[in-house]
Ligand binder design. Sequence first.
Ligand code: AMP
Ligand code: MG
Length: 408
Amino acid sequence: MGFDTSGLLPLSDALQGMLEQLACCCDSEQLPLPQALGRILASDIASPLAVPPFDNSAMDGYAVRLADLASGIPLIMAGKAFAGQPYQGEWPAGHCVRIMTGAPVPEGTDAVVMQEETQADGDRITFLTQPEPGQNIRRAGSDIGKGACVLQAGTHLTPREMPLLASLGIATVPVRRPLKVAIFSTGDELKPVGTPLAHGDIYDSNRYGVRAMLARLGCDCLDLGIIPDDPAPLRAAFIRADEEADVLITTGGVSVGEADFTKQLLDELGEIGFWKLAIKPGKPFAFGRLPRAWFFGLPGNPVSAMVTFDQLVQPALAKLAGQRFERPLQLQAVTTEPLKKSPGRLDFQRGILSQGPNGLEVRSTGSQDSAVFSSLSRANCYIILERERGRVAAGETVTVEPFGGLLL
Ligand code: AMP
Ligand code: MG
């Protein structure tokens, strides 16, 4: 069908081309467990213990030996075992031990019978069921064996990993230092929030979106503000970012015609490729090397900036930071309304995914213009429409990608 004749670079080629050049650039350090939240694990974590560390009861009930139950007569309670207070006494024949959930099972226990399956008459306990060997006993090491790898290097530490590490008694964690990312916006029309607008001005919104995404990723951000379309301050900003950060991300000034300053400067300072991507929104994109830092130039249009960051920059930053990265799941949903689309680019339309009577349904957030920010703020997913696809009719099945941790 000849779409490649358009000269636009497929997203997957752009991503692969970048990732091939990048490697982790963040050293590791040891941090106390609470401070490790949000960091990337620098090495595999092997369990120093078996979990659970001892055989223990899964129920409130009675620890028994099967041989004692064979006669069918009630057993006498010899004593009690609590979590944190193991049963210490003798365990004569014909006796059982009252036991609570989490308590170590006494030596010789064959099974734990839950309280509801017994009748107590003072210390005389009648068993209403015949237990299976091992019943209601959590065996030492049944959750995690000693020495087993519980978390892999590259794991982003979230609240889900904290209790796991604590359960293993791990007090300090090997993590990567955060990736340092400098950002600035380019454009004479841009004003920071909190200042009045003159005619022709707009507020700089991209920097706040990019900062927020960097915070979610656990990067340290050096915010260099708004830089006018003027070679001297632009050059100074590029040089400062290159000296102080691992990565520079800018927005604006990479589209054809307007990019002249940026392009000239970047050609002079480093090796930067200017790409036209076969995606919508987000066609213009720049990537390359300054003397020290990696450079990503995002398009100025706000939705394009967010989408190219999400799809291209996020995986690249993850690799530089030492993070194992997986894209969110993609699902199939039925569109409840027609979707405008022309062949030639991979579309990341913004949609609202919901559960319909017959499965997942999706509808558009309305205008998909790359300058319409409400298309993103009202959405909870991308509607990903294949490059060669044309207009989509209501009732057709489309691929959706729910927003994950970054854009949620
Ligand atoms: P550019 O890529 O510089 O040609 O900008 C494309 C469009 O995005 C223009 O309408 C700009 O005014 C707008 N734009 C560029 N940077 C920003 C920004 N930081 N915040 C909001 N809009 C922007
Ligand atoms: Mg501009």
